[in-house]
Ligand binder design. Structure first.
Ligand code: NOJ
Ligand code: CA
Length: 558
């Protein structure tokens, strides 16, 4: 039915090839900001298709594309109005099918983004609920308010973007939204909701999509009593139990989804976005009959300190291995400050939340050269670890957060819902620079002012054009690392730690070793190490300076 949807050069039934997702490097395409093909300042499918050769040259195994569905953009596309079509600003369904075929022809798999916790308030189901059509509100979480006149929300839950998680309609009823008011939460106890999403998965799998990233995978099932959560510390969604998040009932949903994915040949795959209090809880999502992979967010929450990183890595590997799943390493994404910026200030001794990081921008000046040096070293660490690795667009260019993005351009609902106290996530979502010295830096053929978020000055040095022939550039480092990774750190060979002093991480894996120095002192390397790739030129003379990393072969001294 969809002859152009063949999966990349694979032998059907070949177990090794079907397991591609266990070791893949996946490039995250934030489509709105990747490449604009028609000059309106918004990234789109035409732009992405035109840049596939660039992604192929980068040697990525797959791309994950953020939501591409019709959306009023109350939350940059995570407010989906129709799960079976393409946002007109991005293109058409036919173009999406062509993109999938072209990506496959280039050996790149395609992971789409499914948003099952909530829909847009413009979705046909919620419009029917607003009109109070019979049964329509049962698909959502509607409740009467508390207090004599029902003017208090049904419970004390707060939205992840700030403010109450409930909005009252003129008729007096309240509905739940764990995110923006324009993102009403679905009721996953309703059989139609379950059937609908399994059908949506099939719709895209039939069109050749190789897998889905599952948005807010830990949010779908709520404690049916909807009890008060009690007073919460900021960021505690990630550290302690809550009746809205990570409820055991969610796992039955994913068992159903796994059956849908396994019906395909080759089987389709999932990666969960699940912010849960521990890796033990995360592993529950990765049981053999549930989701294949789940982002390892402790890795991006870790400060640039060997001790913290080692703890995160060991814990993540142990817990994933206990259920036979690979770990999934992430340094950043469209929801957190860019890694260069996180590493550009003093490093705390604890895991870092995005809002904590943004709150200190005004108090401490960044040293971006230092942040970039550490981010390059972190990339070599990430890409040497067993499992899958996600690269957020712009990491390969060493981009920093646009901290100074003018407030009047901010689009993230976090800015408004936090009462203008948290600037939110726009600074990591700025359109990518490809060429030239001034905005729009080859992102768009349209005028500089048209890009949906403005770009900073000074990104001329960060463009693909400026970096591609420079062997010392971050782009060259990524290209070399991605090309070398499969032959050095073969498949899922385990991490064997090499004893080192504080501040240093060193391990052997497969045919190579990875050394990382987060400490203040120079590390003298064993004489028999042959360096294959270093994050910085200064690491080539038998020493590993502070904030650098390298890959090497040889090395007997454990
Ligand atoms: C997680 C997404 O990554 C984020 O961008 C979005 O705001 C929320 N889920 C709500 O869908
Ligand atoms: Ca466009």
């Amino acid at each position: 039915m969809f002859p152009h949807a063949a999966t990349p050069a694979i032998a059907t039934g070949d177990k090794r090839v079907d397991d591609w997702w266990r070791t893949a490097v996946v490039y995250q395409v934030y489509i709105r900001s990747f490449s604009d093909g028609n000059g309106d300042g918004i990234g789109d499918l035409a732009g992405l298709r035109a840049k596939l050769p660039h992604l192929r040259e980068l040697c990525v195994d797959a791309i994950w594309i953020n939501p591409w569905y019709p959306s009023p953009m109350a939350d940059a596309g995570y407010d989906v109005a129709d799960f079976r079509d393409i946002e007109p600003a991005y293109g058409t369904l036919g173009e999406a099918e062509r993109l999938i075929a072209e990506a496959h022809a280039a050996g790149i798999r395609v992971i789409a983004d499914v948003v099952p916790n909530h829909v847009s308030s413009e979705h046909v189901w919620f419009r029917a609920a607003l009109r109070d059509e019979p049964g329509a509100r049962d698909r959502f979480i509607f409740r009467p308010g508390r207090g004599a006149d029902g003017a208090q929300p049904p419970n004390d839950w707060v939205s992840a973007f700030g403010g109450p998680a409930w909005t009252r309609l003129p008729d007096g009823q309240w509905y739940l939204h764990l995110f923006a008011p324009a993102q009403p939460d679905l009721n996953w106890e309703h059989p139609e909701v379950r059937a609908e999403f399994e059908d949506v998965l099939r719709f895209w799998f039939d069109r050749g999509v190789d897998g889905f990233r599952v948005d807010v995978a830990h949010g779908l099932a709520k404690d049916p009593e909807l009890p008060d959560a009690g007073e919460r510390l900021p960021g505690s969604q990630h550290t302690s139990a809550h009746p809205a998040w990570d409820q055991d009932a969610v796992h039955e949903i994913y068992r159903g989804w796994r059956r849908v994915a396994d019906d395909y040949d080759p089987p389709r795959v999932f990666v969960a976005e699940a912010w849960v209090p521990s890796n033990e809880r995360l592993a529950q999502y990765l049981r053999p009959d549930e989701l294949h992979t789940a982002f390892q967010f402790d890795f991006l929450r870790s400060p640039w300190r060997a001790k913290n990183l080692r703890h995160v890595i060991d814990d993540a590997l142990d817990q994933a291995e206990a259920v036979g799943a690979p770990a999934t390493w992430v340094l950043s994404n469209h929801d957190v400050p860019r890694v260069v910026t996180r590493y550009a200030r003093s490093q705390p001794d604890h895991l870092v939340e995005a809002d904590w990081e943004r709150a200190r921008w005004a108090r401490e000046r960044p040293d971006l050269a230092l942040g970039r040096r550490r981010a390059r070293a972190a990339a070599l660490l990430q890409l040497a670890l067993p499992g899958t690795a996600y690269v957020y667009q712009g990491e390969e260019l060493g981009l920093e957060e646009y901290e100074g993005l003018p407030h009047e351009h901010r689009q993230d609902p976090t800015w408004v819902q936090s009462g203008f106290t948290d600037v939110g996530r726009d600074g990591c979502r700025v359109p990518l620079p490809f060429s030239g010295d001034a905005p729009p830096y080859g992102f768009s053929v349209g005028p500089a002012e048209s890009t949906w978020l403005p770009q900073p000055s000074g990104w001329g040095r960060a463009t693909v054009e400026a970096q591609q022939d420079d062997p010392a550039s971050t782009l060259s480092l990524y290209r070399r690392a991605l090309a070398a990774r499969p032959s050095l750190f073969v498949n899922d060979s385990p991490v064997e730690w090499i004893q080192q002093r504080d501040g240093v991480l060193a391990f052997a894996r497969g045919y190579a070793q990875c050394w990382v120095n987060t400490g203040p002192d120079v590390v003298v390397l064993p004489a028999d190490l042959r360096i294959v790739l270093a994050s910085d030129d200064t690491a080539y003379a038998g020493i590993l300076p502070p904030d650098t990393a390298l890959w090497a072969t040889g090395g007997q001294s454990r």
